[in-house]
Design a protein. Structure first.
Length: 134
């Protein structure tokens, strides 16, 4: 497979490489002109490293380790090894925690309690939906 060459722009830099996605029946192909062609099963969960998660959420890696250690963020199912990895659900949880912490001034001591109340509310909402519409 040959890499595509981009013509430089006015400032001498080429256009930003964009990742293209092409799906087939069981696999998704991600192409990035800088890196490579990657083939993964379509139903495989997307996992982010600690550094990528910190970059995507704007949260320091040490704070992410703390959130994981106190149980505010759970490791995704099937994630093995000593390195922390996060999935889309974890990213949403991190953003929600940061909203509580930054916008609502919830302290570190109260964060586990607030997050547990949030989870309990979600569980009860699912249970109520199940009871209403079996």
């Amino acid at each position: 497979m040959k890499a595509e060459k981009h013509a430089p722009g006015r400032n001498g830099a080429g256009p930003k490489p964009q990742s293209k996605e092409k799906s087939t029946a069981n696999f998704t192909f991600y192409t990035n002109p800088i890196l490579a062609l990657i083939c993964v099963p379509s139903d495989a969960p997307v996992l982010y490293s600690l550094e990528d998660t910190a970059h995507l959420t704007g949260v320091h890696p040490d704070m992410l380790r703390y959130y994981s250690r106190v149980g505010l963020i759970e490791a995704p199912q099937g994630a093995f090894g000593p390195d922390l990895v996060f999935d889309e659900g974890s990213l949403q949880a991190i953003r929600r925690i940061e909203h509580y912490r930054r916008n609502l001034n919830v302290g570190r001591v109260a964060l586990p309690l607030v997050c547990e109340m949030q989870r309990e509310g979600e569980r009860r909402q699912i249970e109520l939906h199940f009871l209403r519409y079996p």
